[in-house]
Design a binder for this molecule. Structure first.
Ligand SMILES: C[S@@+](CC[C@H](N)C(=O)[O-])C[C@H]1O[C@@H](n2cnc3c(N)ncnc32)[C@H](O)[C@@H]1O
Length: 314
């Protein structure tokens, strides 16, 4: 496995007669680390040392910190300025698959990059291990960025990570990100609310802890709202069936939007009753959002207008 041979020494420029803390001097031979090897301590040796004025090595514990950073829905330009700054400052970036391309490039060349998501043939690191990893890295005095798709506190388990980091005695900052639903609204032109169509918007998840889909169907089937379902693709059929069974008209406009804000974005719009079939035929998979409500009509109207404009100018 990757062997980490590094020396990290943070020195204050006060030692050199200056007043500011100088940037860290970090040497890494390998920057892409395997999370399990760090947790097993098989190759990650406690070499991070930080020295700050008057504190000596006692500063080591206090200086470690974690920042949960929202990477947005995919388009790197949707990153906030603060998120970009925190990524650029990080000693270690712990990231998963929904982090848009190019965003990791903002990290320092010498920053550790630790992947904890799921790629083909690999299982994601269990959440408890991710939490332990963050604490482990912070306990070595590192400035850790936990980079998460969308917003860290919306269906991202950021709350659990924050709890464990704080319980271990390290500071935990949160930098919000553009959540997938907001990104989708902007990139498709489907508003989440609209005075004429929906006065309420509900974000919910179609994936529950025990794998079941046991949502508040009565509440979700209420009129004049937009329902956006994250992680619902595995239960699309059940969701549409239950909403209709609980009173939502089968003709209610609905959509599945895949990879919103990225060059791979694709959308299927359909009445609720045919949404599962049309989505299957189109081959849309995760990451996708299910959007239900009459605001979806605005996408079709916008498309029709765009097609008419194109026909006129051809
Ligand atoms: C674990 S949740 C993370 C949500 C994230 N924290 C957020 O605020 O957007 C992952 C789910 O978000 C949705 N999602 C994330 N990025 C998306 C995108 N670019 N397009 C469509 N859906 C997306 C999908 O439903 C995906 O299964």
């Amino acid at each position: 496995m990757n062997a980490l041979t590094q020396t990290q020494v943070y020195r204050s420029s006060k030692h050199n007669g200056g007043h500011d803390v100088s940037p860290p001097v970090i040497e890494h031979k390998l920057h892409e680390l395997d999370a399990r090897s760090i947790l097993n301590r098989s190759s990650f040796t406690p070499t991070a040392r930080r020295v700050s004025p008057g504190d000596g090595l006692a500063a080591e514990q206090r200086l470690g910190r974690v920042c949960l950073v929202g990477a947005g829905p995919g388009d790197p330009e949707l990153l906030t300025l603060r998120a970009a700054r925190r990524i650029a400052e990080a000693d270690a970036v712990v990231y998963d698959n929904l982090v848009g391309e190019g965003i990791l490039d903002l990290a320092r060349k010498d920053a550790l990059r630790i992947y904890v998501g799921k790629k083909a043939g690999n299982h994601a690191l269990p959440q408890d291990d991710i939490n332990r990893l963050l604490v482990e890295l912070a306990s070595r005095g590192l400035n850790v960025v936990r980079l998460k798709g969308g917003d860290p506190l919306i269906f991202g388990r950021g709350g659990e990570e924050m709890e464990d980091v704080l319980a271990a005695g390290f500071p935990c900052e949160i930098v919000p990100g553009v959540t997938a639903a907001s990104g989708m609204a902007a990139s498709t032109g489907i508003p989440l609310t609209h005075r004429d169509y929906a006065q309420t918007v509900t974000f919910t998840t179609g994936h529950l802890r025990d794998g079941s889909v046991n949502l508040d169907w009565v509440a979700l089937a209420r009129p004049h709202q937009t329902v956006v379902i994250y992680m619902g693709m595995g239960a699309l059929e059940i969701i549409c069936r239950e909403l209709i069974a609980h009173g939502l008209p089968p003709e209610t406009p609905a959509a599945v939007v895949h990879a919103a804000t990225t060059p791979e974005q694709r959308i299927v719009t359909s009445p609720l009753r045919t949404l599962p079939d049309l989505t299957r035929q189109a081959g849309l998979r995760t990451p996708s959002l299910i959007v239900i409500g009459s605001v979806v009509e605005l996408y079709d109207i916008a498309q029709t207008a765009a097609a008419a404009r194109n026909a006129c100018s051809a």
